[in-house]
Design a protein around this ligand. Structure first.
Ligand code: SF4
Length: 392
């Protein structure tokens, strides 16, 4: 299958939020979009990595996603260099989607305009909450006022395709806080919304401070209620719940992320970035120094990465783990074609209890198997555990 998507990791952040374990480089509270030697060096290595890909049979890229980190801390010159390198090396489809994650208070109007001029046509704004106390308790470096200012900038430059991220299950967060954030988000009329449930990762400030379920974290019962509330309110307001954590108005789903969930291949470039090419999943080193060493070695090896291809069982489980995140679910005739009729029967038998509980349902004339909304989505982990125990 041709590869038409690329993820680019921009690791710069002002400081580390208390829940975050992403591969980032902390630049300090005053960092802005300045093309410092630190940024320049990273961009140079990243572009070298892009150039190691054998592009002889490549088709134009249809989606590029700048994630982070905080890509809006990247200087315009840096973004330009990466986009020019990508376009010269792979070429871009005419209707390419170029997404960029941005955080409130990290960019100016001029910077956003320059990103747009360079081709960025989809924005994902990391709002997380509309409550200043909750933001502060998470170590975020922005306020609600900054969020409104950012949305104003997005409107001023005329980027219509934009998304807003929220997090539920934050310390001290109540159902009322959550409902207020949802309603204030809807009021801003983003075309797309992502609602994530906080995960406490070991090694983070929260990981050291809290155990899952401990006060001031909301109880599981409350976070489940938050999930149900999000699903109800957003769908009532015209957002299609097309993925477990994602909602979009008609035709505004994220094309790039759909590639992941449909288990299709994609390139990944930069520190900590994951890729899925030639049936090989590979994650790059998560620190700056190790990533630079990796790129140097990659250049010497002529772009060859040493890692094992996914097995048929892994591919099957990945297809379910990712596909069941989607409202459309997993297409059984495709599974049958790839893995055989017996495999489909075995899957249905394994999931029989979840089917009886209506956590898993058939749709599309019994051609698709999917999770129900919201209960199936809420219990997706237990459904997946059944499959993993059967097939692994
Ligand atoms: S801004 Fe995003 S990537 Fe950076 S530390 Fe905070 S959560 Fe992590």
């Amino acid at each position: 299958m041709s590869i038409t998507s690329a993820y680019i990791h921009i690791p710069f952040c002002r400081r580390r939020c208390f829940y975050c374990d992403f591969p980032i480089t902390v630049l300090g509270n005053n960092a802005g979009g300045k093309y410092s030697p630190w940024q320049r060096e990273y961009v140079d290595f990243l572009c070298q990595e892009i150039l190691t890909i054998n592009n002889i049979k490549s088709v134009p890229l249809e989606t590029v996603f700048f994630g982070g980190g905080t890509p809006s801390l990247l200087a315009v010159e840096g973004l330009e260099k990466i986009l020019v390198t990508l376009e010269n090396h792979f070429s871009f489809a005419q209707n390419i989607e170029i997404s960029m994650e941005i955080d409130p208070a990290t960019f100016s109007l001029e910077q956003l305009r320059a990103y747009q001029t360079l081709g960025v046509n989809r924005i994902s704004l990391g709002v997380q909450s509309f409550d200043d106390y909750l933001l502060q308790e998470c170590g975020r470096s922005h306020s609600t006022k900054d969020t409104y200012q950012s949305v104003e900038y997005i409107h001023q430059v005329g980027i219509d395709n934009w998304s807003l991220d929220l997090i539920s299950g934050l310390p001290h967060q109540t159902i009322t806080h959550w409902e207020d954030s949802l309603l204030r988000a809807i009021d801003l009329k983003p075309k797309h919304l992502s609602c994530y449930d906080l995960v406490i990762e070991s090694g983070t400030v929260f990981g050291k401070k809290y155990q899952a379920g401990d006060k001031p974290l909301p109880q599981d019962y409350t976070t489940a209620q938050m999930y149900r509330l999000g699903s109800t309110i957003l769908q009532e307001n015209g957002y299609n719940h097309y993925e477990i954590c994602n909602y979009a108005q008609k035709d505004y789903h994220c094309k790039h992320n759909l590639v992941y969930w449909r288990n299709q291949p994609y390139y990944g470039f930069g520190m900590g970035a994951a890729s899925y090419t030639q049936k090989q999943r590979f994650s790059r080193p998560r620190t700056r120094k190790e990533y630079f060493e990796f790129v140097n070695q990659l250049v010497i090896n002529g772009g060859k990465i040493d890692c094992e291809a996914t097995t048929a069982t892994e591919e099957l489980l990945d297809t379910f783990m990712l596909g069941l995140r989607l409202k459309e679910g997993v297409n059984l005739p495709l599974i049958e074609k790839k893995f055989g009729t017996d495999t489909v029967s075995q899957i249905i038998k394994t999931l029989q209890a979840s089917i009886e509980q209506k956590l898993v349902i058939f749709s599309n004339d019994k051609k698709n198997l999917k999770l129900s909304d919201p209960e199936g989505f809420l219990y997706s982990n237990s459904v997946l555990t059944e499959l993993f125990m059967e097939f692994e």
